[in-house]
Design a protein around this ligand. Structure first.
Ligand code: HEC
Ligand code: HEC
Ligand code: HEC
Ligand code: HEC
Ligand code: HEC
Ligand code: HEC
Ligand code: HEC
Ligand code: HEC
Length: 345
């Protein structure tokens, strides 16, 4: 059974307020993260102690952009900031009134499989596996061992406006929510993540804790059985699908693009096939000079959707060369799908 959170919170508050100010008189001490860590995704969880005698507000900048303003509540303050691909310089500035009393800077590298310059981790940076260490500072207030509710949690969204320490949440929902709640704060959220079924993919029996199967398609195909059957029965699979890297394109959690894609479909395709952007390849052998449109028009076959690369190509698999999206036998038939007027001659 989970120990009552409110009790823990009060104990933590007492502990924190009873702590003497350190001799060095620092306004901010960072509990997490250490300097020069590596992240895969766009969110960084931060926890700091703020000595209220010395400071009364923290501003968090990431690469000089203001990302959070923290007014102290408990003395231990937690927040998340978004990360850009590449090196992110995080600056925490403590104020007392209008005066800057302290300024702490640390770096985080956000790796990106999609951007060649950010694929490799620069020297000096390393991955910090948060859950593989005993995090005693955090367990004063958070629960770090999944409990029975994590197996089939009540979606926290069922209780709008309820803070995570409320009994209702603590005793029914995911323990991951208190620290990772922003992971689902996206326009499109993946089915299992949207109901906080984090343990359907992550497991604390793995080493490092919560790491997932590789290649990740093994994980995805556990639930996407129909897709597995369909795609693997086709003659051609798309390069990244062939090597099982679903998450090079899809976020397993959520994103601001349909289908939880890391970029919009067109930007995603052009990311790896820049030379195809102008559509010249579609009608290369014809007299038509301008190239075929690849975006910015209505897709005649998919009502309400914009024409993209995926209007003609499957992102996953096809029985036809060049991964055509339709059951067509020739280039000519492909054109006819959308251009009925070509069917006369
Ligand atoms: C004194 C109690 C306390 C301690 C100790 C504590 N936290 Fe928190 N943490 C909180 C509270 C309260 C919230 C919720 C804040 C809110 O709802 O805005 C929170 C929220 C978070 C969040 C989510 C922030 C967001 O807005 O996305 C993260 C990440 C987090 N904590 C990480 C940690 C880590 C890592 C540690 C240990 C190094 C830690 N916390 C220690 C009380 C604590
Ligand atoms: C005390 C807050 C806290 C709680 C509770 C928590 N996490 Fe985390 N988790 C973190 C922080 C901080 C990181 C480092 C990444 C980041 O900055 O967000 C992290 C990282 C991870 C990672 C990346 C691997 C690693 O170890 O760095 C996974 C996967 C993960 N968490 C899953 C979960 C799952 C699943 C749960 C619930 C069973 C959970 N977390 C509960 C704070 C927390
Ligand atoms: C559909 C499977 C799936 C579900 C459900 C899922 N995850 Fe993940 N998660 C992954 C995969 C795959 C990765 C990437 C692992 C890697 O690259 O090593 C990942 C990575 C992470 C990371 C690490 C990000 C980083 O910066 O390295 C965190 C944190 C995380 N998951 C938290 C969660 C939480 C919290 C939930 C529940 C809301 C959740 N996950 C649900 C599959 C899933
Ligand atoms: C625990 C089961 C489970 C696992 C594992 C899983 N998914 Fe899903 N996925 C779902 C469910 C449920 C939906 C929602 C289905 C729906 O809304 O039609 C979904 C939906 C999706 C969608 C959006 C479909 C749409 O029409 O919007 C994509 C894309 C997707 N999953 C990709 C992945 C990828 C990539 C992985 C591996 C990292 C993965 N899934 C692993 C259960 C899972
Ligand atoms: C090259 C990028 C890319 C890769 C790799 C990729 N997908 Fe997709 N996926 C897409 C795009 C783009 C769409 C939306 C297609 C559309 O607009 O019709 C999509 C759609 C989906 C859908 C929803 C509807 C459908 O087409 O069935 C699911 C489910 C899905 N992908 C799962 C997966 C899984 C599982 C893998 C790994 C085996 C994977 N994807 C690999 C780009 C990718
Ligand atoms: C992560 C990089 C990556 C992304 C993103 C990507 N592709 Fe690919 N694509 C590849 C690789 C690798 C191959 C196989 C090598 C080759 O033939 O160039 C390939 C092959 C292809 C082929 C087949 C070439 C042939 O005739 O055999 C087509 C068509 C294609 N991609 C279309 C797309 C479309 C459409 C999208 C967007 C939904 C997309 N790709 C996104 C990497 C990518
Ligand atoms: C209107 C349909 C259509 C659209 C839209 C389209 N393609 Fe194509 N694509 C084709 C056809 C047809 C071929 C085969 C051309 C040939 O045989 O000469 C092809 C071939 C390809 C190939 C493989 C050919 C090679 O030379 O390796 C890739 C990769 C590709 N397309 C990517 C893309 C990307 C990326 C986009 C979006 C920017 C896109 N396509 C948009 C119809 C389309
Ligand atoms: C998925 C649907 C689709 C397919 C398949 C397709 N097109 Fe198109 N095509 C379009 C759209 C949409 C436009 C823009 C029409 C507009 O703006 O009114 C267009 C425009 C054109 C144009 C410019 C003149 C015009 O009609 O506006 C030519 C030429 C053309 N397509 C040739 C082809 C050829 C050749 C093929 C086969 C290789 C092909 N298309 C396949 C959707 C498609």
């Amino acid at each position: 059974m989970p120990i009552r959170f409110t009790y823990l919170l009060i104990t933590a508050l007492l502990l924190v307020s009873a702590m003497p100010v350190q001799g060095t008189e620092k306004a901010i001490t960072i509990n997490y993260p250490p300097d020069k860590t590596v992240r895969e995704y766009g969110l960084l969880g931060v926890s700091v102690n703020l000595s209220r005698d010395l400071g009364d507000r923290i501003i968090a900048n990431v690469n000089s952009k203001k990302r959070a303003t923290i007014t102290p509540l408990l003395g231990t303050e937690c927040f998340s900031v978004p990360l850009e691909p590449g090196i992110n310089t995080v600056e925490l500035i403590a104020y007392k009134g209008d005066d800057v009393v302290e300024n702490i800077i640390f770096d985080v590298f956000r790796r990106s499989e999609l951007i060649s310059g950010f694929r490799n981790v620069p020297p000096g940076f390393k991955k910090d596996n948060f859950h593989s260490e005993d995090r005693k500072i955090c367990t004063k207030c958070h629960i770090l061992k999944p409990n029975v509710y994590d197996l089939k949690p009540v979606n926290p969204a069922t209780y709008p406006g309820e803070s995570f320490e409320s009994e209702k949440l603590v005793e029914t929902t995911s323990t991951c929510y208190s620290c990772h709640k922003k992971i689902t704060a996206q326009s499109y959220v993946h089915g299992p993540a949207s109901v906080w079924s984090c343990l359907s993919c992550h497991d604390d029996d793995t080493i490092p804790d919560y790491s997932v199967k590789t290649p990740d398609s093994e994980l995805c195909y556990e639930c996407h059985i129909d897709e597995k059957k369909d795609w693997l029965s086709k003659k051609y699979t798309h390069g990244p699908v062939t090597i099982g890297k679903c998450t090079i394109c899809h976020s397993p959690h959520g994103s601001d693009n349909a289908f939880n894609l890391f970029k919009s479909t067109w930007d995603l395709c052009v990311n790896c096939h820049a030379a195809k952007a102008d559509g010249a390849h579609v009608i290369a052998d014809t007299l038509f000079k301008e190239g075929h449109p690849t975006r910015g028009r209505q897709d005649p076959l998919r009502v309400g959707k914009e024409l993209t690369c995926a209007s003609c190509h499957s992102a996953h698999a096809s029985n036809y060369p060049h991964l055509w999206a339709f059951e067509v036998a020739s280039l000519y038939e492909l054109c006819q799908k959308c251009h009925k007027q070509y069917s006369e001659n």
